[in-house]
Design a binder for this molecule. Structure first.
Ligand SMILES: Nc1ncnc2c1ncn2[C@@H]1O[C@H](COP(=O)(O)OP(=O)(O)OP(=O)(O)O)[C@@H](O)[C@H]1O
Ligand SMILES: [Mg+2]
Length: 319
């Protein structure tokens, strides 16, 4: 093999994942990463599912928490469902842990079956805490409950069962959030998380949401989650052929987020938009080897940022 051979995306991701995993073992807990952007339809759920799948493939034990009543990531990770899972995240958020009918995380979390769209063969590594539309009915409950926005954090970091909290059981927890960050669910995620990964697009219409998202994170930092930071911004749906406006958009993203923007951007690809119908993902479609490699390079960069932040935050994930 020539010494100058470029490292493949898989090898690069494998390497950073192993370093990260060692730190997790030493710390006794994984990082909790929130995938957030005020704007809808920019690829939060898609990137959450693909990133979780890519990390499970290189051996990390990953839990995806679906905190969106639309249940997109649940439908991506558990395809061909006749109906959405029940119990789901909403039942956990309202569970009376001291009552006879208590529901605990183990009653709700599912392993993503092998051979499905996002799990080719990573058996035992990819898990989902699903949502269903009932979650949408909890707005009032969470708004009026004492510490309503803190319940998710309690569930992930503080509810200890058999000597372990959820974050002790996984290398990485990824939380997919709904688009309006003023929703109580997205706010709960910004309180529960250690750091934020922000997908965005180079489209000029999506730029205003970057400032709004930064503002929301500032608010969460102020009184609830001092160490919360955007560690990586992933530019999605990039189409280099679409010309000036989009390139200006990319520059605007870099101006707003600086070196938090990771390379390469994820291109607008039919293998992504068609993937549920075709039963393959970007990572498994045979015609997408180059873009899949690029995606793994992008996620390698994201993971390096997560690793750095994880080390800075210390062993307790920034609590
Ligand atoms: N890089 C891409 N190329 C092509 N299609 C994409 C790409 N990324 C996402 N999509 C498509 O765009 C649509 C919106 O993506 P997704 O549901 O992930 O966005 P979202 O930000 O989670 O939306 P919401 O705010 O509604 O939760 C989906 O149909 C998805 O398949
Ligand atoms: Mg979504």
């Amino acid at each position: 093999m020539p010494a100058s051979k470029e490292v493949s995306g898989f090898e690069a991701l494998f390497k950073v994942a192993k370093i990260y995993q060692k730190k997790v073992k030493a710390a006794g807990n994984g990082a909790v990463v929130v995938v957030a952007n005020e704007k809808g339809g920019i690829g939060k759920s898609t990137i959450t599912a693909l990133m979780a799948a890519a990390l499970a493939e290189v051996g990390l034990k990953v839990l995806v928490i679906d905190l969106d009543p639309q249940s997109s990531v649940t439908q991506m990770l558990l395809p061909n469902l006749e109906k959405l899972p029940s119990p789901a995240i909403g039942d956990l958020l309202t569970s009376d842990f001291d009552g006879d009918n208590a529901i605990f995380p183990a009653d709700v979390i599912q392993e993503v079956p092998a051979g499905t769209v996002y799990n080719s063969d990573a058996l035992g590594h990819l898990f989902l805490l699903p949502s269903n539309p009932q979650l949408g009915k909890l707005n009032n409950y969470l708004a009026t409950n004492i510490n309503g926005r803190q319940i998710l954090k309690f569930l992930v970091k503080e509810l200890v069962i058999e000597n372990k909290a959820l974050l002790n059981d996984y290398d990485l927890i990824l939380i997919d959030t709904p688009s309006q960050l003023d929703s109580i669910f997205a706010e709960s995620a910004l309180i529960a998380g250690d750091m934020v990964v922000m997908p965005t697009t180079p489209r000029p219409v999506d730029q205003w949401a970057i400032a709004q998202t930064i503002q929301k994170i500032k608010e969460a930092k102020k009184v609830a989650n001092r160490s919360l930071e955007i560690v990586a911004a992933v530019v999605n749906m990039y189409d280099p052929r679409s010309g000036m406006v989009e390139n200006e958009g990319l520059e605007a993203v870099k101006a707003a987020l600086g070196d938090r923007v990771v390379e390469p951007p994820i291109r607008s690809l039919k293998t992504i938009s068609n993937s549920p119908a075709k039963s393959t993902s970007l990572l498994t479609a045979t015609q997408a080897q180059r873009p899949a490699d690029d995606f793994r390079q992008t996620i390698t960069e994201v993971m390096s940022r997560i690793l750095n932040r994880f080390e800075q935050n210390g062993s307790k994930g920034g609590r």
